[in-house]
Design a protein around this ligand. Structure first.
Ligand SMILES: [Zn+2]
Length: 308
């Protein structure tokens, strides 16, 4: 059940998604905040600050986008491109388990870091962003793709909503990554509800309400979205107190990797045997999960077992 803002959950920072609705402005929205989940996702990686920041924003965006659709499975956001970061991947299960990683060229990132320019052209380059919903075997996989565009990863997502037959959407994603500090990312997203009235006058009012909502939203500062001192209820109150915002129950998210010896075995056995033997050392193969850096070691006889 939704509650009025006054009885809203007063959580400060943490890993969660906070849905809300503003009936008077005809919109649904959510705020996402991540900190410990990011720290855990970055723990065994050696990300330069710029890359950690890019991934943190991609993960906050993933959580935010996954809140739009009802699904039972895995929602994935992935970029593939020709820049210093050639792959960015982040996924979330319907249970709120998130993970993510960035594949990059260390030297190319160093060179790009000293250049001016915005994140997407500088670090990702040209390529695409794909959003996928996988609900398991015997279900159709949904995939939406958009070319990388604009300056940030949220610009790309916004372009996706503009290009596809989706509800009008506005998104802000921010992050704060500093050496030896808890990483933080936040996303604020609003979506215009489908119109119930076809009359042109009502339509004009609705348009006006939407523009007002977007204008109010863009008045929020990054440091406010990332502030420990401000709860999400306080942020929403600041932005939309005149419009009667209602908040729903917060949904926690947590960093968890889904890799396992069984999954890696099944992937390995899907390759031709000679290909696996070619990459082995004295017959043994070690596979490292890119998300969590766990090593899965297959001795010579394990490799033989995979194929027998
Ligand atoms: Zn893993």
């Amino acid at each position: 059940m939704p509650t009025d803002l006054d009885d809203g959950v007063m959580s400060e920072f943490g890993d969660f998604i906070q849905p809300f609705q503003i009936e008077d402005l005809g919109l649904m929205g959510r705020i996402v905040r991540l900190d410990v989940a990011l720290a855990s996702a970055f723990a065994r990686q050696n990300y330069p600050i710029e890359i950690a920041s890019l991934l943190a924003e991609a993960m906050a965006l993933t959580v935010s986008l996954s809140g739009i659709i009802k699904f039972d499975g895995i929602f994935t956001l992935q970029t593939q491109s020709d820049g210093p970061v050639n792959l960015l991947m982040s996924d979330i299960t319907s249970d709120g388990d998130i993970r993510g990683y960035a594949r990059f060229d260390v030297e190319a990132v160093e060179l790009a870091s000293v250049r001016s320019g915005s994140t997407v052209p500088k670090f990702l380059g040209a390529g695409h962003l794909a959003l996928t919903i996988d609900q398991g075997q015997d279900t159709e996989r949904y995939q939406g793709i958009v070319e990388l565009t604009g300056s940030s990863i949220s610009d790309c997502a916004q372009a996706y909503f503009r290009n596809s037959e989706q509800l009008e959407t506005a998104i802000i994603v921010v992050s704060e990554i500093e050496a030896d500090e808890m990483p933080r990312a936040a996303a604020l997203m609003i979506q215009r509800m489908p119109s119930e009235d076809e009359g042109s006058i009502a339509r004009e009012d609705e348009d006006e309400a939407w523009y007002r909502a977007v204008a109010l939203m863009s008045s929020i500062k990054a440091e406010e979205l990332l502030s420990e001192e401000l709860s999400v209820s306080q942020i929403l109150f600041r932005l939309y107190h005149e419009d009667g915002v209602r908040v729903y129950a917060q949904k926690p998210v947590q960093h968890t990797c889904r890799c396992s010896y069984e999954k890696v075995s099944s992937t390995l056995s899907s390759f031709p045997r000679d290909e696996i033997e070619d990459m082995s050392e004295d017959g043994a193969v070690t596979v490292t999960c890119e998300f969590c850096k766990t090593d899965y070691r297959f001795a010579k006889e394990d490799v033989a077992n995979l194929f027998d």
